[in-house]
Design a protein around this ligand. Structure first.
Ligand code: SAM
Length: 318
């Protein structure tokens, strides 16, 4: 794979893996989901094993785990760290490309966490699509269970401060979903633009054309992308085990003053695994002004202004 676009997001340095281990919400969610999904004695495959932590969670119940990792430094680290842990001997770390690898026998569960917010950069969708095709060809059905099982993506209009101690930098930003964001004003409720289940046919493209009602007046200068991973569905209890990727703030090239009651029409389309730029370049936003609020009788407006305020405005395209 020499195409730099295809390589995007597939190399994550070892030190960043230590940050991922330190992310309690991620660790707790995956541990609970894997514990729920993997039955005693199961056979498990992990695609993109990193430090081996998710394979370790699986090995606590599984009979055998195949852990595929392409980065040699990480494959080495995973072997070393797994050897420090109980059940680590049940995990076989294989240095290979998940686009090519298939386990020697059918598996009950596949774990794959190659997820970046908005499904940008990392190749989760392509890897799982390719895996299912090759797996069914080699072993026939049924497909194994997937962890995560499903994905929900949403987008939200926001007013974002891009001021950093007086330095104005309208850049992409990440936000911890569990922390109140004092520099972000929500101007609309999140609008869901994608829902998928990994055992179904997966779309190669993340796309949406929809309308977002503005609920709070402000300066719309950014969009917040929200990626909720359904790690496991607890059948019978109507519960899910979830993990939110970090939110992504995408600055807009031009700010818009919006009022509660206005409508924003948004359109975008990008390939799963594409760059941030691909998302930004494909964004189209139109603004529909609401009719003005009823004017009090005691202060009649000039007929001109009243007419223009009561007219729904034409779309403004960014
Ligand atoms: C987001 S990390 C997750 C690591 C680990 N599963 C965890 O949860 O901590 C994704 C991992 O997938 C690996 N990876 C990316 N593309 C791959 C490929 N084509 N084949 C095998 N591993 C790959 C990366 O090197 C990285 O270790």
């Amino acid at each position: 794979m020499s195409d730099p676009h295809a390589e995007l997001g597939q190399f994550i340095p070892l030190h960043y893996h230590y940050n991922m281990l330190n992310d309690n919400a991620r660790m707790r969610g995956f541990k609970a989901a894997i514990d729920h999904t993997v039955r005693p004695g199961a056979r498990v495959l992990e695609l993109g094993g990193g430090t081996g932590v998710l394979s370790y969670f699986a090995a606590r119940k599984a009979a055998k785990v195949w852990c595929v990792e392409r980065n040699p430094e990480l494959a080495r680290a995973a072997r070393e760290i797994l050897a420090l842990n109980p059940h680590g001997h049940k995990v076989e770390v294989i240095e290979a490309d998940a686009f090519d690898y298939l386990p020697p026998e059918p598996v009950d569960v596949v774990i794959c966490e190659m997820i970046h917010v908005a499904m940008l950069r990392e190749k989760q969708i392509q890897i799982i699509t390719a895996f299912k095709e090759r797996y069914l060809k080699k072993f026939g059905g049924p497909l194994p269970l997937f962890v995560p099982e499903a994905l929900i993506q949403a987008v939200q209009a926001v007013e974002q401060s891009f001021d950093f101690e007086g330095y104005h930098a309208p850049t992409y930003l990440f936000q911890d979903p569990g922390v109140m964001q004092s520099k972000t004003e929500e101007l609309a409720a999140p609008a869901v633009y994608q829902m998928l289940a990994y055992d179904e046919t997966l779309p190669a493209v993340c796309t949406w054309k929809g309308t977002m009602p503005i609920t709070q007046s402000g300066t719309l200068n950014a969009l917040r992308f929200i990626t909720k991973n359904i790690l496991a569905i607890v059948v019978g209890k109507q519960q899910t085990i979830d993990w939110h990727s970090q939110y992504l703030i995408v600055p807009l090239p031009q700010a818009l003053h919006v009022r509660a009651g206005d409508q924003i029409q948004l359109r975008f389309s990008y390939e799963a695994g594409a760059s941030f730029a691909a998302l930004s370049e494909g964004l189209q936003l139109s603004h529909f002004r609401t009719a003005s609020p009823v004017t009090p009788i005691s202060r009649p407006p000039a007929p001109h202004a009243a007419r223009s305020e009561q007219r729904a405005s034409a779309a403004q395209t960014l």
